[in-house]
Design a protein around this ligand. Sequence first.
Ligand code: ACM
Ligand code: ZN
Length: 483
Amino acid sequence: MYRCNIVPRPNQIQPKEGIFAIPREGRIEDFVTRTIDTRISGAESYRLNVCPEGITISAGTPRGLFYAMQSVRQLIATSVGQIPCMCICDEPTYPYRAFMIDCARHFFSVADLKKMIDAAALFKMNVFHWHLTDDQGWRIEIKEHPRLTKISSVRASSDFGGIHADGPYEGIYTQGQLREIVDYCAERYIEVVPEFDMPGHTSAVLAAYPAFSCTGGPFYVQTKQGIFQDILCAGKEETFHFLFDVLEEMLSIFPSRYIHIGGDEAPKVRWKACLDCQARMKAEGLPDEQALQGYFMNRVISWLRARGRTAVVWNESLRGGNLDPSAVVQMWMDKNGECAHWANGGGKVIVSDFYHYYCDYPYAMTPLWKTYRYRPALKDVRPIYQKNILGVEAPVWTEYIETLAHMSEMCYPRFAAVAEAGWTREERRNAGSFERRFQMVTPLLAALGIHPAAPQLWNPHSFARLKGTAQFFLPKLPFIIRN
Ligand code: ACM
Ligand code: ZN
């Protein structure tokens, strides 16, 4: 029996009479006819017809044709000599299908990132969330504030529980390189959403510009993982001038509709003791420091909105109860259904649940089946508000990942599983079918230089899960306890 090996699984496949014999020679482009057909609605929809005479793809947009071509590539790579005739009518379930790479904890070259981008494009992902700033490093060249390049991009050593390296570790993407990635992604219909994480996770920024803290410092670029108490001061006006300066330059590099401004894991210890922060709370009538974070984020959100951009924030920013409703909330560690509540109130949500979608944890902890079976349609969101779930994102944080080879194993097949959750309707999703199709398309990934985890590692049995999870966490325990 012929099986159609496309990942993500197309939403409608109709078998037809006859077969198409794949020519032994020549390029795919020579036997694929492409047509823009404006009767096909949906910016990402496409049709794919396999007939005895050849393959025809059509779409209302070049983006739709690009996705059709990804399906053709997979069909051909997974068929031996011939393809049964069929008609595919396909479009995604969710408009936002993202992957995130943390380049702050470890730095990845432009060449490596291009490979990850090519792989994501193969699975019709359309957003690259680029985590570029954190306590352990700043990676964006900002000409107006050169200390970010000189000071914030270098840490004295690295000590991430298991990974230990004496000596400085550094990395910065020049504006030319950042633009190169933006262009590379655009050619693959992927939007780059850069993240400047604030007000927390800013040790690297404060190391260069301690005046934007509550205490004045001194600070250093962190060499260990963790959550750090020194964050940007919400009381000092100069903090906001600095942020807007940096964001202004970022906007000139990144043309994306969305800009990620973080808002996760920001302890309030310093804000509670800071005269400037307390004065700000009084002046703005803010009841507590969570609301002060809401105020902080809202100033940046409205600054971005005035420039035609939409802010994305991690879900902790909801906790002050005063977040600007135009922000998109990225759910990673939900508390009391706060993200469902946000969506039920009309707010937009991106789903990247820690326990299912985080790809920096071993398969022992997050097996493939767990990632695959997770449903992004949050159950507490009422049916009429499900449309407020924009889509899905698979993040990979890199405290423990230093090389592309390691990243490839952690991310694949899990990135592809999340891509399928974003594209394929729930009733057409099936874990067994996914695993089989994914294995069939693996040679296409290998050709890109991306080597997924071996199939026997994807779904460890219970004992192996316990053992693997313990082996992963034991060397990190001192770091986890310290936090
Ligand atoms: C996060 O994982 N701190 C967003
Ligand atoms: Zn302060």
